[in-house]
Design a protein around this ligand. Structure first.
Ligand SMILES: Cc1cc2nc3c(=O)[nH]c(=O)nc-3n(C[C@H](O)[C@H](O)[C@H](O)COP(=O)(O)OP(=O)(O)OC[C@H]3O[C@@H](n4cnc5c(N)ncnc54)[C@H](O)[C@@H]3O)c2cc1C
Length: 374
């Protein structure tokens, strides 16, 4: 791509579309670009999400004051594994009221000089014309991306299903994750947000939709989530995207398959990718976008092996391989986890030497994800 970038089309005015628009119009570059967002819906809205995001990530996104849109604040996350191990990640985090946050960002984008067109569905056939009319086209049209069809390549999708439940006596000061094969090949979650709990799981594509909802019901019973279900939704998550750019058309967010494959957190990847893109544009180096994203920890190579291990290990495997760990393992970024739990780790390595490469891959993938995926 050689022409200077002034006119930019963003396809999709969801989280990735508005964050990218705001990031590009930030500060002294406000007048540098003429940006139009094409959103197929009648108004900006939120797609299905657990809505968990860390303070570190939210603080990075300085183009908009997002803190008033935090629905609830937590002291960290807690992740339970079969056998009872609980991993506490001590870091302030939030559930975001995305139904207010995304429209407010769309409004701020327009105030900053961007154009946000609604009822403006773009099909794959429209993309070549857009690429001729605009200097740059950004596909931010989610996991079913039309722009991706033009760019090529593939990504993997997994279905997330979630209930919104009236919060009736369920108290927790953490975002809660539960790895347990009875419910999900990966994990189920309880994320409170004000009067509501987001309770969901990553669905198993080898069983029927009814069976996945039945498993979510069982999970709720076991967790004693007793409030009234007010909404029931399902939506795909895009990850392992392998091609992000073709000439002056590029992909971002779930259209790019940038959601973290291990935690399925996608909002952080949007914030990092928008920042990377804005920086490359300012330096006139947008052709380096795909390379820059694939060199960044949001697409760490350890994720692929980690996901394969999480699927392969049974509940009994998890229980056995964590048997030397303390009941509660704390991760806070202040002391290296390997150093803090050196004794149990050595015991585990000696007892299961054939699994050392699995342990290392998981430690790497979860370590990178702790910083870059939520
Ligand atoms: C059940 C579930 C739980 C999740 N939990 C979390 C979590 O706790 N934390 C986290 O960080 N991430 C989470 N994620 C992931 C996160 O929701 C996504 O990564 C994020 O919403 C992706 O944003 P996006 O803008 O790329 O795509 P989307 O949210 O899909 O938005 C795409 C936008 O493009 C528009 N559009 C689509 N097609 C067209 C078209 N042809 N023309 C014009 N416009 C179009 C849509 O209307 C929409 O506005 C979760 C996802 C799911 C499904």
């Amino acid at each position: 791509m050689t022409r200077p970038v002034r006119r930019i089309a963003i396809v999709g005015g969801g989280l990735a579309g508005v964050i990218t628009g705001l990031e590009l119009l930030k500060g002294k570059h406000a007048g540098a670009y003429d940006i139009t967002v094409f959103e197929r819906a009648a108004a900006p809205y939120t797609t299905l999400c657990g809505e968990g995001l860390s303070h570190t990530t939210l603080s990075r996104f300085t183009a908009f004051d997002s803190f008033p849109y935090a629905a609830e604040t937590f002291k960290g996350a807690a992740w339970w594994f079969p056998g009872g191990l609980r991993v506490d990640v001590d870091e302030t985090c939030y559930t975001m009221a995305r139904e207010r946050w995304i429209p407010a960002m769309a409004e701020a984008f327009q105030k900053a000089g961007g154009e946000y067109r609604t009822n403006a569905k773009v099909s794959a056939e429209d993309v070549p014309a857009l690429a001729r009319d605009y200097d740059l086209v950004i596909g931010a049209d989610g996991p079913g991306s039309q722009v991706r069809k033009h760019v090529g390549g593939a990504h993997t999708t997994m279905l997330g299903i979630q209930y919104r439940v009236e919060k009736a006596g369920y108290e927790t000061d953490r975002l809660e994750f539960y790895t347990d094969k009875r419910w999900s090949p990966e994990y189920a979650w309880v994320f409170p947000r004000g009067d509501i709990l987001n309770v969901g799981l990553l669905a198993d594509d080898r069983v029927t939709a009814e069976e996945n909802w039945r498993r979510l019901d069982l999970f709720m019973q076991e967790r004693k989530v007793e409030g009234k279900v007010v909404k029931r939704e399902a939506y795909p998550i895009g990850f392992f995207g392998d091609k992000l750019q073709r000439d002056n058309v590029l992909l971002l967010g779930d259209a790019a398959g940038l959601t973290n494959p291990v935690t399925k957190g996608g909002m952080a990847a949007v914030i990092y990718a928008a920042e990377i893109l804005a920086d490359l544009l300012k330096r006139g180096r947008v052709e380096a976008y795909e390379r820059a994203i694939f060199a960044h920890p949001i697409t760490d190579p350890s994720f692929r092996r980690a996901v394969e291990i999480i699927h392969r290990w049974s509940n009994e495997d998890f229980e056995a391989y964590t048997r030397f760990a303390p009941k509660v393992l704390t991760v806070d970024g202040k002391v290296a986890t390997k150093k803090r739990y050196f004794g149990p780790l050595v015991k585990t390595f000696l007892r299961y030497p054939h699994r050392i490469r699995d342990f290392e891959a998981l430690a790497r993938a979860f370590g990178v994800s702790r910083v870059y995926s939520w």
